[in-house]
Write a protein that binds this ligand. Structure first.
Ligand code: SF4
Length: 475
């Protein structure tokens, strides 16, 4: 059965303006992302081999993506030999239809889900619900946003936009417990609810962090144990993965484990690393009786064919580039209108969702912080520029928005001027002199005229400096 038609996607500029105007949201994001960055810095300092492992992991990804077709064939054969049924879905609709067919065949009524961005990407929950099934997210953050009927706003911490007080109020309203903002009490309340849901579930669905071609093993990394319960308690289990999740060998995995949690959550290792190799075997006491693996393309082959874009397929979905991004930290994940927000979302979303996400590559200052923190060193700024170029080439300049036309004219004027260093120096001096009255503590808090948008939302700008005097003795 086809999924219900999604709501029209709101305009990015509109939703980002809303995000940036929400001071409370900014405070929550700054707190959480700031804490995360501290943990990551600590972890990196503690592990001298970190940078070496990043290089090794990147080389493994380069190799895997370079021979994806060969590895996917090997993975499929090994999974089937392990007793799994494998379905390769060209797009989101094919993946949803297959999962619903399996769910119906299993007479499933109650579905539990582990954390999975790929199932967000294919809009699985509304489709399962439209087919008459009850779907419950079992990752705590996902459970919280599901209770609020929202999408996750971060790929690792779905409820990053909420405070513990928000969650306390939500649980009091929705679960009928006495209001508390104690994290332990809130976790215990969710666990209590989810326990009976797990026991009554007939279908489990999770994502996949890595799929090992050599052995046909799926690796699921998590902190709460819900992924383990989702993949073992129900009679039928479906794992959904993008084609890029395949890695060649079991021995490769350790290099990713060394860097993934350190960068993603600031931990040495996540609490659970699950290795899933197939359904329950003869004589085994637990595990699903049937296991399906959905391998999703949905625009990834086109990314693979583009020599600049293909690097985006190295992504481990660690979420660190979101935490470090000055744009994400101001506007929050919901503003992106995509399950993949932040820098990584800005490069993969236009490929996965087409023109609806075409503006996202422009949501960046190109500061390069995302590239610096990325555990596999994806050159996100380069890909952003590539996508901006593609987007502007796709339409004649007469169709560009007025601000893009103005920017183009301004850059052309600047390029002409930059060919005459004397004029440029003179004009810079005049500009600096004119802006000086607006400076405070060597920063411009409010820019005048056409530059006002820069400082409008609390960003400052270094004041043009006084002319540097030559130190004595300098030649
Ligand atoms: S692009 Fe890099 S930093 Fe961002 S989510 Fe992917 S692996 Fe993490």
């Amino acid at each position: 059965m086809a999924a219900a038609k999604p709501d029209p996607i709101p305009d990015f500029l509109e939703t980002s303006r809303k995000g940036v105007a929400d001071a409370d949201l900014r405070r929550k994001l700054e707190n959480s992302t700031g804490r995360h960055l501290e943990h990551v810095a600590h972890m990196r300092a503690e592990f001298p081999g970190y940078d070496g492992e990043r290089d090794v992991a990147r080389r493994i990804k380069e190799d895997a993506i370079g021979r994806l077709d060969e590895l996917l064939i090997e993975l499929k054969q090994k999974l089937e030999a392990n007793g799994c049924t494998v379905f390769v879905a060209a797009d989101a609709a094919e993946a949803r239809d297959y999962i619903i067919k399996i769910a119906r065949k299993a007479s499933a009524r109650h579905v539990v889900k582990g954390k999975s961005m790929t199932t967000e990407e294919i809009d699985l929950n509304p489709a399962l619900q439209a087919a008459g099934m009850e779907v419950v997210e079992t990752d705590l953050g996902e459970y919280i946003v599901q209770l609020r009927r929202e999408r996750p706003s971060h790929i690792i911490t779905p409820a990053i936009h909420l405070s513990k007080e928000d969650i306390g109020q939500l649980f009091a309203d929705q679960l009928g417990i006495a209001y508390t903002a104690e994290p332990e009490a809130l976790t215990a309340a969710a666990r209590e609810r989810l326990r009976s849901i797990f026991l009554g579930a007939d279908l489990g669905v999770t994502g996949v962090n890595f799929a090992i071609a050599e052995t046909g093993t799926l690796v699921l990394i998590e902190n709460e144990g819900n992924g383990r319960l989702t993949s073992t308690l129900p009679e039928t289990f479906i794992a959904v993965m993008g084609i890029e999740k395949v890695i060649p060998k079991l021995a490769d995995l350790s290099h990713f484990l060394e860097i993934l949690a350190r960068t993603g959550t600031g931990q040495k290792l996540t609490t659970y690393t699950n290795f899933i190799s197939g359904p329950r075997r003869e004589g085994e006491l637990d595990g699903p009786r049937a296991m399906h693996v959905v391998i999703l393309d949905n625009g990834r082959s086109a990314m693979l064919a583009d020599p600049v874009m293909r690097e985006a397929l190295y992504c481990l979905r660690c979420g660190a580039c979101l935490n470090v991004c000055p744009v994400y930290r101001r506007i929050g994940g919901h503003a992106y209108n995509s399950p993949y927000p932040g820098p990584i979302g800005s490069i993969v979303s236009p490929n996965l969702f087409g023109s609806a996400a075409a503006k996202l590559p422009f949501a960046s200052t190109l500061c390069g912080a995302c590239r610096d923190i990325c555990p596999v060193k994806i050159d996100i700024p380069r890909i952003l520029l590539h996508l901006r170029w593609k987007e502007t080439q796709a339409q004649p300049p007469t169709k560009w928005p007025a601000d893009a036309r103005r920017t183009r004219a301004g850059v052309r004027r600047f390029a002409r001027m930059a060919r005459h260093p004397r004029t440029l120096r003179l004009l810079s001096r005049i500009g600096g002199w004119m802006l000086r009255p607006f400076a405070r503590d060597r920063y411009l808090r409010r820019m005048p005229g056409p530059f006002k948008n820069w400082t409008r939302w609390g960003r400052d700008f270094p004041a043009p400096g006084a002319r540097r005097r030559k130190p004595r003795g300098e030649g």
